[in-house]
Design a protein around this ligand. Structure first.
Ligand code: B16
Ligand code: MG
Length: 218
């Protein structure tokens, strides 16, 4: 029976509440081209790449755009997103996260980031938490977006840990699917009704302990 040796963290919506700013920027972009989206639709946008989000929004509004127009839309969304996250600081890291990362490090667990975001390095720097992670896999280094398991497989590979000895923390359905396809144990950050494929769920890292990780048997 194997024990957990590493934790891989999604970033947006897991370590920091940036999902609200992704949604705000996507809604503003969709409105600007006459497409209406709501929070329910936004669930599909969580965890997936910027380019795929554009495709999903255009398909939702039954609107066709050329590749160049799509790239312009993606750039506009990112410009608005960057404005919204300008103020992000260490105070925005979710409650319990720093304590949990510190305890994991003290107990010899390896840690990685597995995020779809191209803005992950910038955000990790703003939150001043990059130093906790032994590997950072993000939208700049992956080819296939979640639910493809590439982001988590690369994380385990860079840590040098077997996939069966990794736990993934995820807030998006696509991310939970990616973790399970990678053969990893997945702790959903959110409700079990929504993250149905997760092995277990937490609503906040204030409930999470290293002891709980040590008790997971694979
Ligand atoms: P960017 P995660 C994802 O980050 C977000 O959940 C998703 O809403 C966003 O579209 C995606 O990153 C791409 O982000 O436009 O910054 O490259 O949850 O995988 O950390
Ligand atoms: Mg997320």
């Amino acid at each position: 029976m194997a024990h957990i040796e590493a934790c891989i963290f999604d970033m947006d919506g897991v370590l920091v509440s940036t999902e609200i700013y992704h949604y705000k920027a996507w809604k503003r972009l969709a409105d600007s081209i006459g497409i209406s989206i709501d929070e329910h639709f936004n669930e599909q946008l969580k965890g997936v790449s910027r380019a795929f989000c554009i495709d999903l929004i255009l398909a939702h509004g039954n609107v066709k755009k050329t590749q160049i127009e799509k790239e312009q839309l993606a750039a506009q969304k990112n410009q608005w997103f960057l404005e919204y996250i300008e103020h992000i600081s260490p105070q925005d890291v979710f409650p319990g996260v720093i304590e949990f990362l510190t305890d994991l490090q003290a107990n010899g667990f390896k840690m990685a980031i597995g995020s779809a975001s191209k803005n992950a390095p910038l955000l990790l720097e703003k939150m001043q938490i990059a130093h906790y992670f032994d590997a950072i896999v993000d939208g700049n280094t992956i080819e296939k977006a979640k639910p493809n398991p590439e982001v988590f497989l690369k994380g385990a590979q860079q840590l040098g840990i077997a996939t069966s000895a990794c736990v993934v923390f995820e807030d998006a359905l696509s991310g939970v699917q990616a973790a399970k396809s990678a053969g990893m144990y997945c702790i959903g950050v959110g409700s079990k009704e929504h993250l149905t494929l997760a092995d277990e769920c937490i609503s906040s890292f204030t409930e999470m302990t290293v002891e709980r990780i040590k008790q997971i048997k694979r």
